[in-house]
Structures are given as C-alpha cells and as structure tokens.
Ligand binder design. Structure first.
Ligand SMILES: [Fe+2]
Ligand SMILES: [Fe+2]
Length: 157
C-alpha cells in the first residue's frame, strides 16, 4: 500500500474513535475506557511507524520538509505523554474528559498539518514506487510497535 494512503487510513480510524468518544454519554465510563484503550493502541502504533520509518525517510529524501518533521516529532512527544497519563487515569476522575478533549484537539491539529502542509510535498518528491515500498515496510512494522506509549523513540536523522 502507498505510504501516505496507509497513514491517512490510520488518521480516519482514529477520527472515528474520537467521534465515538465525543458521542458517549457523560456517565458511560466503561464505554469511554474501551474507546480510549483503542485510541492509545492506534495512536501509539501510528506514531511508531511514522517515527521509525516515514519521518526519517521524509527528512532524507525531501530535506525541505525538515522543519515540519521536527515540529511533528515534538507534537507526537506531547501526545505520547498524554496517552501514558490516560492509561493510568480512571474515567471517573474529574480530569479524564478534559484530558481526552485536549488530546483530540492536539491530534486533529497535528493530522491537519501532516495532510495539508507536508505530506503533499513528500508525495510529489518521492513518487509512487518509493511510497509503495515505504508503505509495505510500515505495514509490517506495525506488529513491532510497543504497547507502552512512553517506549516510543523519536525519529532520528
Ligand atoms: Fe504524526
Ligand atoms: Fe499521522
């Protein structure tokens, strides 16, 4: 699969979970906990394949994306920290909904920047064959993603 198509599919999956969370009733604690568990899994896996494969490739092949990539790495860093906190937080805690809401805002902003501001640059510069190759590597790498968000290692040059 094309790398950017794969990443956008992941973004859609996560957005669906966000909507489910937003629709869940105030007191639907078990439901919220289950949705948040899925969000943690999806986002950790997604960030893993971006940090391990896509971001370093973008920096290497499309140097003009450098600043965008570096900003994205820092945004992941914040998200990963929030995920690690949510993992331990009880949905009954008064900070739970607020934390999820801020997480969702952060991720939506991040996804918009990836999709609008710099993924198109990568697509143009890399071409279809290279993107297919990276997509296949990322699909396989998903199985190696850590379950603990704090075990994610930021992309290196
Ligand atoms: Fe990202
Ligand atoms: Fe992404």
């Amino acid at each position: 699969m094309d790398a950017i198509v794969l990443l956008k599919e992941d973004h859609k999956t996560v957005e669906k979970l966000f909507k489910q969370f937003e629709k869940a009733g105030e007191d639907a604690r078990d439901e919220k906990r289950k949705i948040v568990e899925q969000i943690i899994h999806e986002l950790t896996t997604h960030a893993y394949i971006e940090e391990q494969i896509f971001y370093p490739m973008a920096r290497e092949e499309v140097p003009e994306t450098d600043d965008h990539v570096l900003e994205s790495v820092e945004e992941h860093h914040v998200v990963v920290w929030m995920l690690s906190e949510l993992r331990k937080l009880d949905p009954a805690d008064e900070r739970y909904d607020a934390k999820v809401t801020v997480l969702i805002e952060n991720v939506r902003h991040h996804v918009e920047e990836e999709e609008q501001e710099w993924f198109p640059q990568v697509r143009e510069a890399m071409g279809r064959k290279k993107l297919q190759e990276i997509g296949e590597r990322m699909e396989k790498a998903k199985a190696d993603a850590p379950s603990d968000p704090l075990e994610l290692v930021s992309a290196q040059k």
